[in-house]
Design a protein around this ligand. Structure first.
Ligand SMILES: [Ca+2]
Length: 492
């Protein structure tokens, strides 16, 4: 290269430190969202016998946040909170809202109208931002219903307003009546179910990983912000037979549960799901499907790490892997999410930052997924937009043992309650204040499965008072679907 041209290029790349500039050595970002993955994976170790070798491999090369929580226990509000940095308690987006074709959340909440999406913020500072799979909310079985913001990316895999429905075929299903199951299975078309499914190349999460591998291989002039959304272990639990074979039915262990666990707890209103599962003896079968789906996504994570290590990005990439919320497989007679217990809100979260993170360490310091936005800004040397509610986790990445004194915060609005509910965690205790005034307090060190509500225990009155200070005094009201939004489906 001509010396003057090299100098000029170098100048252009380094530029001035202002808007649009990106230093040549600015780190790439691999940002991986996993759907409905709970703490059963082996680094978090909340279910006996589960081996997830690639999550273990990831844990060795990053900091494991063992006390990280979603901002809301449902796909849509959790993901909007991550991608905008705005907490549901301020946006009022507490629940899944369906029927969108684009970023309708901008019209759902005044706090989100002008929010800069994380990928856009990186673009504004010299990055190329590309995405694939489920980052904003969308479902396999609702084609064209997606809350993604296509304007926030340089490129998106497939149709950004329908990023996953074509990826997932369905197996041949045996009708419930034929299989001797009673009517009343939750959801239609056995979407709440488990079955082996052969996947071809170009199908499933493997296709998204293939695409991501190509993006990493081709990365050059600009730093890359690469968002990869993996859909399993979300229902339906349909993955190739080999992952079911890893978990023979006779070896499947049910989660820890207590028969009258809800006696001292808030009613989540989803007991009907559990009743159907138990009546039809499907609990172990569904657990097996969930475990098979975890093994499948563990394998896909391994393929992604392999692709990273084989790419030019290997040594200069921030890696963030998170799940949008936790998951119940019958604990507290609950299935899926939509509650505020630790089981529902605790998420896998791993962060590697080259030269910064104390890799291999594990921390119980609380984190909320709204912390990701400011964390990534600090790691990449970007300003933190004023919209962000979270706190950078960089001090914890550097010193995972140091206490920061903050609580996690997860918010939700339950059916039949007009006011929102909130939950906070410190490194040991969890406190929940429901919209109807009911309180729960758990000592997770002595009672990791949240069997005994100690909100009324005088011995923990001080703990309760301290944690209660983390409950928002003036949470935003719950938002409804803005049917007049141009992103509302059905609107011409
Ligand atoms: Ca989800």
């Amino acid at each position: 290269m001509d010396g003057r041209l090299g100098l000029l290029l170098g100048f252009l790349l380094l530029g001035s430190p202002g808007e649009g500039a990106a230093a040549a050595d600015q780190p790439h970002v691999l940002f991986v969202a996993i759907d409905d993955l709970n703490d059963y994976i082996s680094p978090l170790d909340n279910h006996p016998g589960v081996r997830t070798p690639h999550f273990e491999r990831l844990a060795k090369r990053s900091v494991t946040f063992a006390n990280a929580h979603c901002a809301a226990p449902a796909c849509h509000p959790s993901r909007v909170a991550v991608m905008t940095g705005v907490h549901p308690s301020r946006s009022g987006i507490y629940r899944n809202l369906f029927g969108a074709h684009g970023p309708r959340w901008r019209h759902e909440s005044p706090a989100l109208e002008k929010a800069v999406v994380l990928s856009q913020h990186f673009r504004d500072h010299g990055y190329r931002a590309v995405g694939g799979g489920k980052i904003f909310h969308t479902l396999q079985w609702t084609p064209g219903d997606s809350q993604n913001d296509p304007a926030a990316w340089d490129d998106y895999r497939g149709d950004p307003l329908d990023p996953i429905s074509a990826d997932w075929p369905r197996p041949k299903l045996v009708p419930d009546a034929e299989a001797g199951l009673t009517p009343g299975r939750p959801l239609g078309n056995q979407l709440f179910g488990a079955a082996p499914l052969e996947l071809q190349a170009g199908q499933g999460d493997g296709a998204v990983v293939d695409w991501a591998a190509g993006q990493m291989k081709a990365a050059r002039d600009k730093p890359l912000f690469l968002a990869v959304g993996l859909f399993r272990p979300h229902i339906p639990w349909e993955v190739p037979p080999k992952w079911f074979d890893l978990h023979p039915l006779e070896d499947v262990i049910l989660p820890e549960h207590l028969a009258d666990d809800l006696a001292d707890a808030h009613r989540h209103g989803r007991e009907r799901w559990h009743k159907w599962v138990v009546q039809n003896r499907q609990w172990k079968h569904f657990m097996r499907g969930y475990l098979a789906s975890i093994s499948y996504v563990d394998h896909q994570l391994g393929r992604l790490l392999d692709a990273l290590d084989a790419s030019p990005l290997k040594d200069n990439t921030i890696v963030v892997v998170w799940s949008d919320h936790g998951f119940h497989i019958g604990e507290k007679e609950n299935w899926e999410k939509f509650a505020l217990w630790d089981q529902t809100t605790r998420v896998p979260l791993f962060i590697h930052a080259p030269g910064v993170s104390r890799d291999g360490a594990r921390t119980r310091q609380p984190a909320t997924l709204t912390d990701l936005y400011p964390t990534l800004c600090e790691l990449a040397g970007l300003p933190v937009p004023a919209q962000c509610d979270g706190h950078s986790l960089v001090p914890t990445l550097k010193d995972p043992d140091a206490g920061h004194g903050r609580l996690s915060l997860t918010s939700f609005r339950f059916n039949r309650e007009s006011r929102s509910s909130h939950a906070v965690s410190d490194p040991r205790y969890r406190y929940i204040k429901y919209g109807n005034g009911f309180e729960e307090l758990y000592d997770l060190e002595k009672d990791p499965h949240e069997f005994t509500n100690r909100a009324g225990d005088p011995a923990l009155a001080e703990v309760k008072a301290r944690l209660a200070k983390g409950i928002p005094a003036k949470a935003a009201p719950n938002r409804a679907i803005p049917t007049d939004s141009p992103y509302h489906r059905g609107r011409k």
